[in-house]
Design a protein around this ligand. Structure first.
Ligand code: ACO
Length: 400
């Protein structure tokens, strides 16, 4: 890599790089991706090992602290998360104030931003103790807020967290349980959600993580930075793709068009139609996360007895595309989002919650990157250059 840090000062030149396609904004030890080979590793561990052997909370610890926790470290980490699961009662009222039809993503980002008002001790990001507490508060409260955002949208009462449950079980109960009866956990659903959250837990300098780092580089606290990350994830080009895949599959089903015909339309670029959930800026090979998601799709639908024709359409699309020259030449393979929507739908999540689930999964990555940046003595306030292409000096009337 060429270090451009002092290019402008030394040569007067500046690099123009739309979308930062070629610019490393930082060094990082957290996640390694080789897009050509289809490799993803968290802290050096291959993603398939992490997703099949660790829980989501262990993965969070791994990303944040750099190693797999010992039994003691894990118990301590989980205890600290459990200690912070309750939301301040006034903050709960805050959720009631949103319109019934509010999209849960802005509700979530507003809730996280509001944490700075309840915990003013978080405002000093130079205090390691405060960073630690803010880390636990975020990990503990985001699932509660996500469940409340959902409950608000369906007009049901909020459920308090139940700390006897695991992280994922607690979230499922708060989301799908109600006051009238006990929520029965389905282990297949719990395990699949653990896995999906793990697969979304970090992906190095994507748009939302870069946003968290940029905001954090101003010494803004963890809550303000993560709230900004949630807003970046809200965009359909980033976190919204899982929703777009489901819409595409439903449209194919409703139109009665054959899958092969749809693929032809994609190849002919009719009306700019793309195969959603295919292709990736970084992966030019099978996204290693997509394989694991595909396995989960079968497991979850079988366990729930759901026979969703959309899964069949997705598999047929994949099979046709992988055999087709158009997709082979362009190195277009299914990405992590190709099968997630079908699984979330089978679990009972409304489409609008899909990106919220992405945010829950990505939280440990955001925290890990914020903390890495916070501790790095080389961190500078993020301040990109521009190439000015506007008017040179002009004069208003009366000035010469
Ligand atoms: N379907 C059909 N053709 C495609 C697709 C697709 N999904 N993706 C790329 N192509 C084609 C383009 O038309 C282009 O063809 P051309 O050379 O004939 O012009 C070629 O492949 C290269 O495409 P680019 O847009 O230059 O690739 P880029 O790396 O910029 O885009 C992206 C990556 C945005 C993910 C793209 O593949 C896409 O739009 N995919 C569908 C949306 C999607 O699934 N997004 C989720 C990404 S994963 C995530 O965010 C977690």
């Amino acid at each position: 890599a060429i270090d451009l840090s002092s290019l402008t000062r030394e040569t007067g030149l500046t690099a123009l790089d739309y979308g930062f396609v070629n610019t490393s904004s930082t060094k990082s030890k957290i996640t390694y991706i080789d897009g050509e080979a289809g490799i993803l590793r968290y802290r050096g561990f291959p993603i398939d090992q992490v997703a099949t052997k660790l829980s989501f909370v262990e993965t969070a610890y791994l990303l944040i602290h750099g190693n797999v926790p010992s039994q003691n470290e894990l118990e301590n980490f989980e205890d600290n998360i459990r200690r912070h699961t309750l939301l301040h009662e006034d903050l709960k009222d805050f959720f009631s104030g949103f319109p019934r039809r509010a999209h849960p993503m802005p509700v979530l980002s507003a809730g996280v931003s509001a944490l700075s008002t309840y915990y003013e001790d978080s405002l000093d990001p130079s205090s390691p103790a405060q960073v630690e507490t803010s880390t636990y508060r975020l990990l503990a409260k985001l699932p509660v807020m996500a469940a409340y955002a959902h409950k608000k949208s369906i007009g049901q009462a909020f459920l308090y967290p139940d700390n006897s449950l695991s992280y994922v079980e607690n979230f499922l109960r708060m989301t799908f349980g109600n006051m009238a009866e006990d929520y029965v956990q389905n282990p297949v659903v719990v395990n699949a959600l653990e896995r999906l959250l793990i697969l979304h837990a970090d992906h190095e300098q994507n748009a939302s993580t870069s946003t968290v780092r940029l905001v954090g580089s101003t010494d803004a606290n963890l809550f303000a930075s993560v709230s900004a990350g949630i807003n970046a994830l809200f965009g359909p080009l980033h976190g919204g793709a899982n929703e777009a895949v489901l819409t595409m599959l439903a449209e194919i089903q409703a139109s009665g068009e054959s899958v092969a015909k749809y693929v032809e339309r994609v190849k002919n670029k009719e009306d700019g139609v793309r195969l959603m959930g295919f292709g990736h800026r970084v992966y030019k090979n099978y996204d290693p996360r997509a394989r694991l998601v595909k396995d989960s799709a079968d497991e979850v639908l079988n366990a729930l007895g759901v026979n969703d024709p959309l899964l069949g359409i997705a598999k047929e699309l994949e099979a046709i595309a992988l055999e087709d020259e158009y997709f082979q030449e362009r190195k277009l393979y299914p990405n992590v989002d190709f099968y997630t929507g079908v699984i979330y739908k089978a679990m009972g999540f409304p489409t609008r919650m899909f990106t919220v689930l992405f945010a829950l999964g990505r939280l440990p990555g955001w925290i890990a990157h914020w903390r890495e940046m916070n501790l790095d003595p080389q961190t500078k306030i993020g301040r990109p250059q521009q190439l000015y292409i506007g008017e040179q000096q002009r004069n208003l009337p009366g000035f010469n």
